[in-house]
Unconditional design. Sequence first.
Length: 299
Amino acid sequence: MAQSVVPVSTHPSFSELFPEDAELEHLAGDFTWAEGPTYIANRERVVFSDVRENRTWAWTDYGTLEAEEDPSHHQNGHCIDDDGLLIACSHGERSLVRQENNGDWTTVAYHFEGKKLNSPNDVARHPVDGSLWFTDPTYGIDKPEEGYGGEQELPGRWVFRLARDGTLTAPIRDQHKPNGLAFASPDLLLLADTGDPAATFGYRIDADGGAHLEREWFSVQPGKTDGLRVDIEGRIWSSAGDGVHVLTPDGGTELGRIPTPETTANLCFGGPYGTLLYLTATSSLWRIPTRTRGLELTY
Ligand code: MG
């Protein structure tokens, strides 16, 4: 599937977000369910998951595909913590895990009030206090192909906050299937819910780690927002059934789309300047150069 695709504008300003003649480039394929891309600057690569094949892979800045974890214990979403270490949501281990500098994995969140987590799905680092916010739907225990099974112990599917001192709280408990999440600013978290109906919501975040629903921010058609990212000007880059949709910071106006032949589950900015957008779209990893940068890479 080596086809190239060009962005589709629905607003005149959209083409300004890409270099002239920018095309979506197919980097690698033959995955089953590609997810969780995150750029690791100090390793010069984007790490991503093939959740259902129980593996993780990397696309390096030098243009090579490299194996990472095998098995990955069905890792899904990733982010980078305050120490520059890779954080992973592990469906199989029902935990949030961190890769140390020597390559070993350490569990950083596993239980809440004496009960096992469901199956952490996606994770984002708070830009000021370094806390890790992660969603905990049940896909990794409900879907045999996405984990090792098990019983749900917690009474809900929540969003957790792991403070730098290790304190775990559950500030968001009012969604059905919380999934992707991204900080638009220190006091605004965008949270995608892949329940029915699916939508993305804005939560105000206090200095003490509380979260308060402000409003529904946007929804995409076709498909759902799974993972999402924010650029340095606050624009929202959302996954969708037909590719990536780019929206104004308030979520109210669609600027354009980057079409993909299969459902896009997640995306991230990366590369040496933070300007390359990587897409995990079902069987394939894609990339397109932009003229903006990922907000989280500037924190
Ligand atoms: Mg997800």
